[in-house]
Design a protein. Structure first.
Lengths: 115, 107
């Protein structure tokens, strides 16, 4: 079955960087576009970044444009999110998700930005 | 960007009740609408895709309808496991905007 496992979250100071990974299994990773999304504590869901199946097309939410970079390695079935210049309002649970008539989500990884 | 507006934001209901949640898009999204259920500390779970298609393994008491700009999620007979927050999401454009969520609480 489809499995997505995020890793790389943790506590980081404002202005620092963090790299999230999402290991995919149970499906042909290279055939699907993928998302990074986040859930703010006690609040709603927000999409963060999108990448096409072939890795050519990338789109970012305005709130992270210029700071975050999405990438993928189809040979390793892994999706990445490089997060630079982190701010306190980036604190959230981050999810990767497979895009196919709706989203199939991983279990999430918590990122806390605090001094 | 397409904006998604859900109502109500909170809903109090009893086991056995019929529950309906509405989601409105700021412009037509055809049938590119999904519904998710999220419980505290858990990832969202896909319930409905293409506005009315039931995801495999999801109980048949869940149903979706609508097209264009107005959509509904209906739970025909609310069960104890259904108390959660529900989100709609449009996927006509890559931005994948979500509604603000509807929390279904025990009355």
């Amino acid at each position: 079955q489809v499995q997505l496992v995020e890793s790389g979250g943790g506590v980081v100071q404002p202005g620092r960087s963090l790299r999230l990974s999402c290991a995919a299994s149970g499906f042909t990773f290279s055939s699907y576009s993928m998302y990074w999304l986040r859930h703010y504590p006690g609040k709603g869901l927000e999409w963060v970044a999108f990448m096409s199946a072939d890795g050519i097309n990338k789109y970012y939410a305005d709130s992270v444009k210029g700071r975050f970079t999405i990438s993928r390695d189809n040979s390793k079935n892994t999706l990445y999110l490089q997060m630079n210049s982190l701010r306190t309002d980036d604190t959230a649970v981050y999810y990767c998700a497979r895009n196919a008539n709706g989203l199939t989500w991983g279990q999430g990884t918590l990122v806390t930005v605090s001094s | 960007d397409i904006q998604m507006t859900q109502s109500p934001s909170t809903l109090s209901a009893s086991v056995g009740d019929r529950v309906t949640i509405t989601c409105r898009a700021s412009q037509s999204i055809s049938y590119y609408l999904a519904w998710y259920q999220q419980k505290p500390g858990k990832a969202p779970k896909l319930l409905i895709y293409k506005a009315s298609s039931l995801e495999s393994g999801v109980p048949s008491r869940f149903s979706g309808s609508g097209s264009g700009t107005l959509f509904t999620l209906t739970i025909s007979s609310l069960q104890p496991d259904d108390f959660a927050t529900y989100y709609c999401q449009q996927y006509k454009s890559y931005s994948g905007m979500f509604g603000q969520g509807t929390k279904v609480e025990i009355k």
